[in-house]
Design a protein around this ligand. Structure first.
Ligand code: ZN
Ligand code: ZN
Length: 164
């Protein structure tokens, strides 16, 4: 993974802020930190339970709220490929865009210096202090775009993908 997409060290940053963590909260945070994909709350709960069996949904949601409040994680909807779920990831040092494939459901991360320049321009031209930015792009990934064997309506395949 490129250095542009290096993740914030969640546990270290919380400790440096003097925030005390229970073993349960620590497990939830470790799962987010170690994740190689974007996880929703249900998957987070399942994975955290493998580390700390007593974790409940409330712990997951409270931990997510804390991390969001401190701006250590991003909350994404990933073009609603799979309905109304939200996904979480440790913030990266630079913003990245999410490219969501309507056909296979793959999520690609894309970082560009142009994104940083756009943020700088917005701050300057609009006098806006940016705290959060999010860029999601929906369409067909390179593999699906090259695959001409199945030509279907995007909406049909998206529904089929959501049922997996
Ligand atoms: Zn695809
Ligand atoms: Zn991401």
């Amino acid at each position: 993974m490129s250095s542009l997409l290096e993740r914030r060290a969640l546990l270290e940053e919380l400790v440096s802020k003097g925030i005390r963590l229970t073993a349960q909260r620590r497990a939830v945070i470790e799962v987010i930190q170690d994740a190689s994909e974007h996880l929703d709350a249900a998957s987070l709960l399942e994975l955290a339970r493998q580390r700390e069996p007593n974790i409940d949904r409330a712990t997951v949601y409270r931990t997510l709220e804390l991390l969001k409040k401190l701006r250590l994680i991003d909350e994404l909807d990933l073009m609603h490929l799979y309905g109304e779920k939200h996904y979480y990831e440790a913030k990266t040092e630079r913003n990245h865009a999410h490219l969501a494939c309507f056909r296979c459901g793959r999520i690609e991360e894309y970082a560009s210096p142009l994104f940083e320049r756009l943020k700088a321009e917005i701050s300057k031209q609009a006098g806006f202090t940016i705290k959060v930015t999010r860029l999601e792009v929906g369409g067909n990934c390179s593999a699906c775009a090259a695959d001409t064997t199945t030509v279907q309506e995007d909406t049909e395949t998206r529904t089929a993908a959501a049922q997996h």
